[in-house]
Design a protein around this ligand. Structure first.
Ligand code: 13P
Length: 263
């Protein structure tokens, strides 16, 4: 069984003071939640407050993006070593909002993922189709393309350390959750691609197997994201294909997010 990751992506919400206030309420509610890994990804400016507030708890803190270089003339970027120095251990990469508004591509997603791994962060790499792509019947092709042009550029050993988040763009912030069946279908497509790429008797697959005792396709955790709420978390998590959630809006409320964590 894969241990689920229950992750919150706060997007551009919460100051350091609001972060501290969130954790005061959230901490006692998830004290006993040992069935999963809990990850909260605040904006960069609230990372330090979050790390501080989550000290001595099982909640881990992640960034929402990561620069691909160690340092340099990259105005507005934050590097892996900077994220590590503040005490975060995860980084979201390739969120659809970054693809849509900030020209993130599969190529830059790969570079950022490689940087996260190089500096010891666990990347949560997002993929997902837009509404028009789903309506044209192109969902699988989009997911396959994003995998092959992006994260499949990793070595087997690198790949085994990432988590993937399937986030259909049409379900993000719209209140339209993918049904558990739609989500599970997409997860199966992604896992099938992983099996093809890393599951063969290739050197990469052997590397992965040696490290984890099972093949990448079985080891990789695929989270679902898109309008996850306290009232649908349980049915989504009931799908064996769904290994956790990446929650936007509903992760901003400590009581609501705790109830998702404790689905
Ligand atoms: P919502 O949960 O607000 O739909 O956002 C999902 C998301 O984008 C998480 O990364």
């Amino acid at each position: 069984m894969r241990k689920p990751i229950m992750a919150g992506n706060w997007k551009m919400y919460k100051t350091p003071a609001e972060t501290t206030a969130f954790f005061e309420k959230f901490r006692p509610l998830v004290e006993k939640s040992e069935h999963c890994e809990i990850v909260i990804c605040p904006p960069f400016t609230s990372l330090a407050a979050a790390v501080d507030a989550a000290k001595n708890t099982r909640t881990r803190i992640g960034a929402q993006n990561i620069g691909w270089a160690k340092e340099g003339a990259f105005t507005g970027e934050i590097s892996g070593p900077m994220i590590v120095a503040v005490g975060a251990t995860y980084a979201i990469v390739g969120h659809s909002e970054r693809r849509q508004y900030f020209n993130e591509t599969d190529e830059t997603v790969l570079k950022r993922t490689q940087a996260a791994l190089e500096f010891g962060l666990t990347p949560i790499v997002c993929v997902g189709e837009r509404l028009e792509e789903r309506e044209c019947g192109n969902t699988d092709a989009v997911l396959v393309g994003q995998c092959h042009k992006g994260i499949f550029g990793l070595t087997g050993q690198q790949f085994a350390k990432i988590a993937i988040a399937y986030e259909p763009v049409w379900a993000i912030g719209t209140g339209k959750t993918a049904t558990p069946e739609i989500a599970a279908d997409a997860h199966r497509t992604i896992r099938g691609q992983v099996r093809e790429k890393f599951g063969k008797e290739a050197a990469e697959a052997i590397q992965v197997r040696e490290k984890f005792g099972k093949e990448a396709a079985e080891a990789i955790r695929i989270l679902y994201g898109g309008s996850v709420k306290p009232d649908n978390a349980r049915t989504l998590m009931a799908q064996p294909e769904i290994d956790g959630v990446l929650v936007g809006g509903a992760s901003l409320d400590p009581v609501g997010f705790a109830s998702i964590v404790n689905f």
